[in-house]
Design a protein around this ligand. Structure first.
Ligand SMILES: CC(C)(COP(=O)(O)OP(=O)(O)OC[C@H]1O[C@@H](n2cnc3c(N)ncnc32)[C@H](O)[C@@H]1OP(=O)(O)O)[C@@H](O)C(=O)NCCC(=O)NCCS
Length: 369
């Protein structure tokens, strides 16, 4: 969303950071010089030339209109970083880059917020189809930050993406990926709103129904919940005694949901999605798959992670798949055809599937592998 502050237009998602187009001023030029001439800046931007405040001013005055550069500010107007997109207007793609957070402000989640702003601008405002960026292989914080924001690694030193200074990782993200992974759950206020809904009586009863169904399938061994949200399934499992003698781990792509879960149940492991591949006896996916643009890639990952039991709850139908995307909230609310779902799971020897209708379109599927 846009915000007008003292005559300047900012783009913000309601978090700590807001961004505005960089200006032909000594102020912006000084920051850009400070960052671009630093060792990290020269490395990260693949460019060792000296930038002066005046060369910045000259560049802004003559830059091509598709080369967008923003300064990132805290809400108290302190300038803390920069980022940009070079838009390929005809191809509807953009190269994101020039990500920089001031040295003194690193490690506080601002880099991630800046990525989220840039992605929201690229997909939400410019309506690009996809974006890409290159990052040095040795730039661990740069890579981690990209991964956390939803960028996908495509390869190293791909044609047209090489640099004499060392190996380069090429990353991409499509609009569908951005929408399904990040935007909806981490939209300002969304996590709290959804968590409040999940605490309603009806949802509590629904969780009890799930735990009593799961009690008939759960096998000895630990539990991994993929898409743990704010931790309410964890609570239901614990209260039903299903976690006695087991270690529970939850993971979720939403930072905001994880924040709530960690605050609510300190000491329980709630982590981001990069850490979920570890094989576990019981893998749970509860009301997750219906909210993905395409459940198939996630399903094969879940199957890979499940050593003995994969337990899924979702919205199913015997009609054809019904894909429903809500523009206003950014959520997919899909109804999945059961037969196609079984086909996507694939059959392997020893696999056993048990369907159970819990309530209306809510079904559970227990897969013994
Ligand atoms: C890359 C950069 C923008 C990250 O900014 P930041 O504000 O420190 O990053 P955040 O605090 O948002 O951290 C984002 C993630 O990266 C991880 N991270 C940050 N610094 C890290 C480091 N030095 N090593 C490993 N991981 C690191 C964080 O742990 C976090 O992941 P988590 O949420 O799973 O814990 C910043 O380090 C920077 O400006 N570097 C120099 C320029 C650059 O390299 N730009 C990137 C080019 S693509």
């Amino acid at each position: 969303m846009f915000q007008l502050v003292e005559g300047r237009t900012y783009f913000t998602l309601g978090g700590r950071l807001r961004m505005r187009p960089t200006e032909a001023t000594y102020w912006d030029g000084s920051y850009v010089s400070l960052w671009r001439n630093s060792e990290r800046g020269r490395e990260a931007f693949f460019d060792a030339r000296v930038v002066t405040p005046d060369s910045h001013i000259a560049w802004v005055q003559s830059k091509p209109p598709n080369d967008l550069v923003w300064m990132a500010e805290l809400n108290n107007a302190r300038t803390v970083g920069m980022a940009g997109i070079i838009v390929d207007v005809a191809a509807r793609t953009g190269e994101a880059g020039r990500f920089f957070i001031d040295n003194a402000r690193r490690g506080q989640g601002l880099g991630l917020e800046l990525h989220e702003l840039v992605l929201a601008f690229g997909f939400g405002v410019l309506r690009l189809n996809s974006m890409w960026l290159d990052v040095r292989k040795g730039n661990l914080s740069g890579i981690k930050c990209c991964q956390r924001a939803g960028w996908r690694e495509v390869g190293v030193d791909l044609e047209g993406h090489v640099h004499p200074g060392g190996p380069v990782v090429h990353m991409q993200i499509t609009e569908a990926e951005w929408r399904s992974v990040m935007s909806a759950w981490d939209r300002p206020g969304a996590a709290l709103e959804i968590d409040a809904y999940w605490q309603s009586d009806g949802e509590l009863v629904a969780r009890r129904m799930i735990t009593s169904d799961l009690a008939r399938h759960i096998v000895p061994g630990d539990v991994l919940e993929v898409g743990c949200g704010s931790g309410l399934i964890y609570e239901a499992l614990r209260d039903a005694g299903l976690l006695e003698g087991r270690v529970y781990r939850g993971c979720d792509p939403s930072r905001e949901m994880l924040k709530i879960a960690r605050r609510r149940y300190p000491g329980v492991e709630f982590s981001t999605m990069d850490s979920w591949q570890e094989p576990t006896a019981n893998v749970l996916s509860i009301h997750v798959l219906q909210h993905l643009a395409d459940y198939r890639p996630a399903l094969s990952e879940l199957l890979r992670a499940a050593q003995k039991l994969l337990y899924i709850v979702s919205w199913f139908t015997d009609e054809p798949d019904s894909i429903q995307y809500d523009e206003a909230t950014g959520f997919y609310n899909n109804f999945l055809n059961r037969k196609l779902f079984e086909e996507a799971l694939g059959f392997s020897e020893g696999m056993m599937m048990t369907w159970r209708q819990l309530d209306g379109p809510k079904w559970s599927l227990a897969v013994r592998v």
